[in-house]
Design a protein around this ligand. Structure first.
Ligand SMILES: [Zn+2]
Length: 285
């Protein structure tokens, strides 16, 4: 279906479009982190969570976060590992650095549903980033009684070091400094998600950027966005492309590089591994 020649031509087209665009909006989904090697299942999962697999039957890091652990000690033993091995331990992966290199000197803004902080680690400025689903590195009140988030690195490290038999010591269970209820992850999994000052600022910056370039020569570059939450990046990208005949929609995806017929002529779809494709785009620079 997708021949090599077609992919190479698409990569050249892709680079030309990025180069001539007034603005680029980059949408980054889970496929980007998978391509970076941050797999949530398989070998990598078993390396860090084989005991949880054996005792609770948990099969990957996506579902483990929703497991109804009976005690807070177990819950935080799970989460401290999930946070540490995905958020703090990994260095910035090459695929993110390549993206930074591609976008260097260009006018861009990034929206991501990923929560591992890889975009910031690669060196992108926070002012060009909307991390709308939260951040593994932040906690919030579970009630929530107030709209603030808290850095968790120090406590997470202690939880990691001091846990035994899949339980952290009780004294490490984090509590809200205001109402004393337990803290929880700052992740958009239900309506208790705290949107703090930084979140609102990023949200505004993103919307201002879209508004400013809505009828200009804009490129929507979608990287590894799957079908779990298409309403955040994919569908809006389709709609904004449809409404603006000067817009181009580029999507790079391992499994599905198709777009609706209405925007077919404005679409460049590249089926493949994001790391490899970004490397090839860089070769064109
Ligand atoms: Zn509270």
């Amino acid at each position: 279906m997708f021949s090599k020649t077609k992919i190479m031509k698409s990569i050249k087209d892709c680079w030309d479009k990025l180069n001539s665009a007034d603005a680029i909006v980059v949408g980054i989904g889970a496929g980007m982190s998978t391509s970076a090697g941050l797999e949530y299942s398989g070998e990598r999962f078993m390396k860090y969570f084989s005991d949880f697999n054996e005792k609770y039957g948990i099969k990957d890091m996506y579902t483990g976060g929703f497991y109804p652990f009976k005690t807070s000690e177990e819950y935080w033993a799970w989460w401290s590992r999930q946070i540490w091995y995905n958020r703090y331990l990994p260095e910035a992966e090459k695929v993110y650095k390549d993206l930074l290199e591609i976008l260097k000197g260009k006018n861009y803004f990034i929206i991501t549903t990923n929560v591992e902080h890889q975009v910031q680690k690669a060196g992108f400025s926070k002012d060009r980033l909307y991390y709308m689903q939260g951040d593994y590195g932040l906690w919030q009140c579970s009630t929530p009684c107030h709209n603030k988030t808290y850095d968790n690195e120090e406590t997470v490290k202690k939880m990691l070091d001091e846990q035994k038999d899949m339980k952290i010591p009780s004294y490490l269970i984090p509590h809200c400094p205001v109402c004393k209820e337990e803290m929880t992850m700052n992740l958009r999994i239900d309506d208790r998600f705290v949107q703090d000052e930084g979140w609102y600022k990023a949200n505004k910056n993103y919307n201002d950027f879209l508004e400013k370039y809505k009828d200009k020569n804009i490129v929507f570059l979608e990287l590894g966005v799957g079908n779990n939450t298409p309403g955040i990046i994919k569908y809006p990208f389709w709609q904004m492309t449809y409404k603006n005949s000067n817009a181009t929609y580029i999507l790079i995806n391992l499994n599905d590089a198709s777009a609706p017929m209405d925007i077919e002529n404005q679409t460049i779809g590249i089926l493949g591994d994001i790391s490899e494709i970004l490397e090839k785009i860089l070769e064109n620079k």
